[in-house]
Each structure stands twice: as C-alpha cells, then as structure tokens.
Design a protein around this ligand. Structure first.
Ligand SMILES: *Cc1c(COP(=O)(O)O)cnc(C)c1O
Length: 364
C-alpha cells in the first residue's frame, strides 16, 4: 500500500517513535505499566495548568465519544439539567447522548458558522434556574470553528454552573488554562493534538465535582467516577486497558513536551493552517469559516465550482501522498483538510502544489 499523510484530524499521522512504542506487549498488572498511566495523568494535569489538589485526570477506554458519554452520564444527575450549546454535529451528538441517558436538558443551537450569542444565553440562564451544567464543544471539528470558550467560561462563573467542555480536537494544540477558565470537566482523546494513536480518551476533572458523582452513571463501563476511584489507587485501569495505545501516548506526550509544549505546537499548527488557507484561496477555494473564528486544527472549504467531484479529487490527492476528509455540511458542498499531527510547513506546501496540479490538469 502507498504511504500517505493523514490530513484527517483523528486519527492523524504519528511519529515513528510513537508507533515503535507499540512493539512490546506490556503487562497491565505490572508496576512499570501502572507507572506509565500515573505519569500520563500527572503530565495531562501539567498541560492543563491544573494542580493535583484541585483536579484529576481520568483515562477511559474507547474512542473520544465514549469519554464524552462517560462525562454526560456521570457528571449530571437525573435531578439536574444541562444547557447544551451547539453549532455542529459533535455538539448534536452530545444532545443525542442526553436523550439516550434520559437527562434533563435544554438545547441551544446556532448556525454552523456562527458563535453562540452571549445575550441569548444570559436570557436562558436568567429564566431557567433549573439549569446546573453548561456543555459546549471547543473546536467544532464539523467545520473547524473555534468556539469562544472565554465567553462560556464567563457565563459559567457568573451563574455558578458546572462547565463541561468537549476539547477533543483542540486540547494539546490550543493553549488553555483550565482552572482559570473554570472548566470542571475537559474532555479530549489520545489521537488528536497530543498525537497518539486511537484507543482511549481522557477527562481533566475538578476533584470536588467528580467526588460528588458517585451513583449517577447509568452505564457500568462508562462510569467515570468508578473509573477514577480504581485508577486513582495505583494506576490500574478498570477492565482491560489499551496497553499499546497507552505506551504510545506516553511517548507522544514526551514528544509534545520536547517540541516546546502546547505553545510551540500551537505555533506549528497555526502556521500550517495559515499556509493552507492562503494556498487554497490562491487556487480559488473559499473557506467556510471566517479567519477570525477559524481554529488552527481543521478547515472546511467550499467546492470551487459545480464541476468539482470530491471523489475524483480525493483519489488524485491520495495517490500523491495525502488523505483528506469529506465535508459534513448538508446544505453546501464542502470538504475538509486537517493540519494537525506529524505535519509540517513543507507538507502543506507539497499539498498545495498537488492541488494546483489537479486544478490545472483535471478541472480545467
Ligand atoms: C474527534 C472528536 C470527538 C470524538 O470522536 P470519536 O470518533 O469518538 O473519537 C468528539 N468531539 C469532537 C469535537 C471531536 O473532534
């Protein structure tokens, strides 16, 4: 099979060293392995600027969605009520979870290329005192919009609500001071900006909030409280842990730190994204999200003309070393390009050349 770089944010292209960590089969009961889990948990708190007195990191088997669901089923009791703020399909997936779990919730949604409106949210919060939790996606991977987490944080503080943020595709690539933002549950996963392989997600949770959640979960495997209780003893996971993925993730965190931490990674992603947007704009592609709201993670582009066939474009680009993402909008024809993972300026330049070639040879 031809090798290619993934421009699909999750899973993404990882380094050879991260993949090599998976060549050894580790024992889940062994002290050395449990130490890896504990080291990861401490490093995640550091990356979040959170102290172990106030916060804890809990790892959860499965893809990112499993971890989001573990927070929704554990952090919100049946007596409480969530305000779920959405402008994309990952937010809508959280609403779907709330239905499955049987949670009380209010759904506030805006257009996929718009920000939630602070005044409207204030109005809702003023008039519905039953609301106890705010839930929002940080970077909506559906479009690449980076939602205003500072505004939601301000509201959560002003109205004293528990704040849950799905930062799946942004944590590790965008700087965030979790205690300062007052985030109570931040959710992300192994295969996004920390650049590990898929297999588990993690939650950075405010300790006193999580400690009050015993008995809330309506799922045994997704009980985040129980997972924390067990893992917090000595790093032993409840049930089989994804040992290869955990080892690879540990290496990926070390590499993130060696790169210069989140600020340096942000710079690389931001540069990649800028080059990508500028390069494609020159070729006649328009981005769906305005510059001001664009994340440094993934960009949605409109089809340049009616004759554009994504499948054809996809295969042309894949044969030349890059895999792209189809769009996720229903009304407009779009495709997406991620720029996170083991991806550098020269990759973006090479990609732009391939796309230029495609436009020149195939479309014209
Ligand atoms: C990737 C992602 C998820 C989780 O998706 P999985 O396919 O379950 O890993 C959730 N929310 C956002 C915003 C994401 O980008």
């Amino acid at each position: 099979m031809e090798q290619y770089k993934l421009l699909t944010p999750g899973p993404l292209t990882t380094t050879a060293a991260v993949k090599e960590e998976m060549l050894f089969d580790r024992c889940t009961w062994d002290q050395d392995y449990k130490k890896i889990t504990q080291k990861i948990r401490a490093q995640l708190l550091d990356l979040a600027k959170a102290s172990p007195e106030d916060y804890t990191a809990v790892l959860m088997q499965g893809s990112g969605t499993f971890t989001v669901e573990s927070v929704m089923t554990t952090a919100i009791s049946k007596k409480e009520k969530a305000l779920i703020i959405t402008n994309g399909t990952y937010g809508e997936r959280i609403v779907e979870m709330a239905d499955y779990i049987g949670l009380n919730y209010k759904h506030y949604s805006v257009a996929y290329n718009a920000y939630p409106d602070e005044l409207e949210l204030r109005y809702i919060l003023e008039n519905d005192s039953a609301i106890t939790h705010l839930v929002m996606v940080h970077c909506e991977t559906t479009t690449g919009i980076l939602n205003p987490v500072e505004m939601i944080s301000r509201l959560a503080k002003a109205y004293q609500k528990t704040l849950i943020v799905d930062a799946m595709s942004s944590f590790g690539g965008v700087e965030m001071d979790i205690p300062d933002l007052g985030i109570d549950y931040l959710i992300s996963s192994a295969n996004k900006c920390i650049q590990g392989v898929p297999g588990f997600g993690f939650v950075i949770a405010r300790l006193n909030k999580l400690q009050a959640c015993e008995g809330n979960a309506s799922s045994l495997s997704l009980d985040l409280y129980d997972q924390w209780k067990t893992m917090n003893k000595d790093g032993k996971w409840r049930y089989t842990s994804p040992t290869h993925v955990v080892a690879a993730f540990s290496k990926a965190i070390d590499e993130l730190i060696a790169e210069g931490g989140i600020p340096a990674r942000f710079q690389r992603y931001q540069r990649n994204n800028q080059l990508l947007r500028e390069g494609l704009e020159k070729l006649g592609f328009r981005a769906y999200i305005t510059n001001k709201r664009q994340s440094p993670i993934i960009t949605t582009f409109l089809f340049p003309e009616d004759t554009f066939v994504f499948e054809d474009f996809y295969h042309y680009v894949k044969e030349r070393g890059f895999v792209l993402y189809p769009g996720k909008l229903t009304e407009i024809d779009t495709f997406r390009i991620g720029n996170i993972g083991e991806v550098y300026e020269e990759d973006i330049e090479r990609l732009c050349n391939v796309i230029q070639e495609y436009i020149g040879v195939v479309v014209k």
